[in-house]
Write a protein that binds this ligand. Sequence first.
Ligand SMILES: *Cc1c(COP(=O)(O)O)cnc(C)c1O
Length: 501
Amino acid sequence: MPSSNLFDQRPTTEAAMVTGLTAAVAQVLPPLEAFLRFEDGPDPAGKRSVWRGALNEPLPIEGQGAQAVLDALNEVVIPNGLRIGAPGFSGWITTMPSIVPAVAGFVASLVAAQRWYASPGNFLEMLALGWTSEMLGMGAGCGGTFTSGGAVANLVCLAAARQHAGERIGVNPTEEGAGCIPKPRVYATSSLHDVGVRALSVLGLGANAMRVVPMDAGRRRADCDALARMMDEDIAAGCTPVAVIATGGDVRTGTIDPVDRMMKIAHDRGVWLHVDGAYGGFGVLDDRVKHLYGDMGKIDSMAVDPHKWLAVPLGCGAAIVRDGALQQRSLVIGRPDFHHFDPSSRADVGSPFDEFGEGSLYSSVDFSARSRGLTVWAALKEIGVDGMRARVARHLDCARRIAELARGHERLEVVSEPELSICTFRYIPPGAAREPSPALDQLNEAVLKGVRARGRCVPSSAVVDGKFVIRPAFVGPNTEIADAEALVHEVLAVGAELAAR
Ligand SMILES: *Cc1c(COP(=O)(O)O)cnc(C)c1O
């Protein structure tokens, strides 16, 4: 039933509401509050036909009015929302925003709808970027930009690496194209996220520029001797090393590459060291693992994702590049006659539109965007570095608690020990050996599905050492130790049920 129509006045010729904010927001708040209690239990897949049926309309030729939209939000969209913020959700490394950054994101969409030109949103964009790099230990003087996410953050960082490699040999890939770099090579292990390879392809270096560095004896981190050897062989063969990429938190196991050793090998050869910290970058706040990140003041670039561990609304990554001037050269598009976008124009500040504001269009791939930094500023102002450190510590504790419980249980096997907030493990039925086997993989796949269907805990999976494993990744702002303990309990309950069949 549609509620009473508050919005039958159509105040503009296009009939879109441009006033009445309080009344409109007031309508969605009760259903949002209900959603955020996550009380409904599992999301039955069968509900899909209901909400699809309600939403799948033909293109409206005549508008249905504001109330029809609010009714659909309240009755269909909000109650069927994706519950990735539920305490038991550990399936992805993206999570729901906490409240204050979510509200800040809403505010930004109205008052910082464009991040350029002098405004608080523009200012907070740069302030928050500086806060982020300072918090990570990279120093506040870095360049870079907020991006739509980790994929673009890695792209922006690797564009800077490409520029660096070109300038070292006296060419300018931004203008001449990546073909001016002879036989480019980029080094990373198989733990590299898919978006890293895609960035090479988008940057014209080609996916084949990737040289896969073998893992060390523990099978989780780069073998640094092999890395050095590969680079020297490539250099002798006339190739151009463009970057070494260390993964600062593998999304499957949470393992951190030996950043310091990789950096030394790269820098000894004049090569860029990039860290993909989209998942694990903020892990550096925890003293138990801080040393694994090496000297953050010396790495050349890092991608982090505030929309993961920092719990700001999705659509916020950050590319942090130590040499900001070089970073901007990597994305310059020319047009010095286009006065409005000349970052040096700080003319008469009679109006905010006379002044470009902080930052540079040449630091990002996208052009217009709302101020994403406003959400990061809100998150950090609310809880500070100490609050963020406590969150990281709690999530590292969650993974360690899983390992502790699983190690002590004959029906469970820890497949990768936690380094960050991931612990991979699997169910072992009575009498089964712990070798990789298709039967165990199938059983654990069924365990995962069974656990998800019960709804209390929602982990995901990975393949580690040839084994299908259950992979919780703890990043949710309201996920606690009890939720990690519940996951172990759920896996044991479902596993026992399936093994008994
Ligand atoms: C999430 C993630 C990415 C991709 O980032 P998006 O925000 O999804 O674009 C890249 N690398 C790592 C290590 C990640 O965890």
